[in-house]
Design a binder for this molecule. Sequence first.
Ligand code: ACO
Length: 320
Amino acid sequence: MTTRIIGTGSALPEEVITNDDMAKIVDTSDEWISSRTGIRQRKLVGRDENVVTLGTEAARKALEDSGTAPEEIDLVLTATSSSEVYFPNVACQIQGNLHLTNAVAMDVSAACSGFLFVLHIAHAYIQSGVYRKILLVGAETLSRLIDWEDRTTCVLFGDGAGACVVEAQETGIIDAVLHSDGGMGHVLTGSAAALVTPKSEALAAHPLHMDGQAVFKFAVKKVPECIQELLERNQVEADDVKWYLLHQANKRIIQSVAKRMHQPEEKFPVNLEYYGNTSAASIPILLDEMYHSGQIKRGDRCILSGFGAGLTWGAALLDW
Ligand code: ACO
């Protein structure tokens, strides 16, 4: 038995902030942001929205899409780094909202790699026979974590959530791999204090901090390496993979990975121009869009790959 994605859903806030809007907040321009990142706009949560509201909406859609009744879900795993409360965890709140009465629920913190981490954990549970049907959610509101006076980071992120229902089936995930390097944690850090303290105190504490060039170098080296690791140990040729679905941080990172893999860019779909970097939500949002637009079809061989703070990174090889 392996793990198959049987339904997807996503939720994005209404409010659109374009690069020109960003230029009214910090000293930047559409030209600088779009040429360096590919991002043209992002969507940000309003007062009454948070990771739980977005995550619940995405999860509800994934349940409907997969034809799964709430009581069928055995486990809810939420990947998030931007919850406003430490407990109850986001997964429990989503469980309560959707009456997933037979599920256990937990959060996983692995920043932008979070969706790969929850997918891998779900796969291990399914392979071991402990659980059969699992709800995976990636939900982030990094707009509440960033320093809105720091132009080097605030232009990069957006809010959103994506969800998938996975179940034990004969086909699906072929193999998956995760990595962490805590020794490099300092290149990308964020503090929960920024979520809960008044702005001036939050900035004095630890706002989101990123060494952009170090993160760029890490991503373009480690992502191709771990994809290659997965392909080699499963004797799959890079050419035989139809889609490479990467964390949507930066278009230049995605283009660079495609080049290093000697694969055409068309195999690496990009939607970050509309949403910015939605961290753990970016891969499930992309999956939802591609699945429901008919781009990705049953049987398509795919690589998913995420990378982020920790540092953390990973990939999964699957037949859709
Ligand atoms: N607008 C205008 N100018 C800016 C901005 C901005 N928003 N931000 C920085 N600059 C300026 C800098 O101050 C600097 O000016 P200076 O030369 O006078 O000192 C100049 O632009 C160049 O700055 P760099 O940091 O060297 O710019 P770089 O070309 O490295 O691009 C970027 C920065 C886009 C962040 C790049 O390093 C990158 O893509 N890194 C990858 C990190 C990433 O994508 N992180 C996403 C989150 S992490 C994750 O998802 C895993």
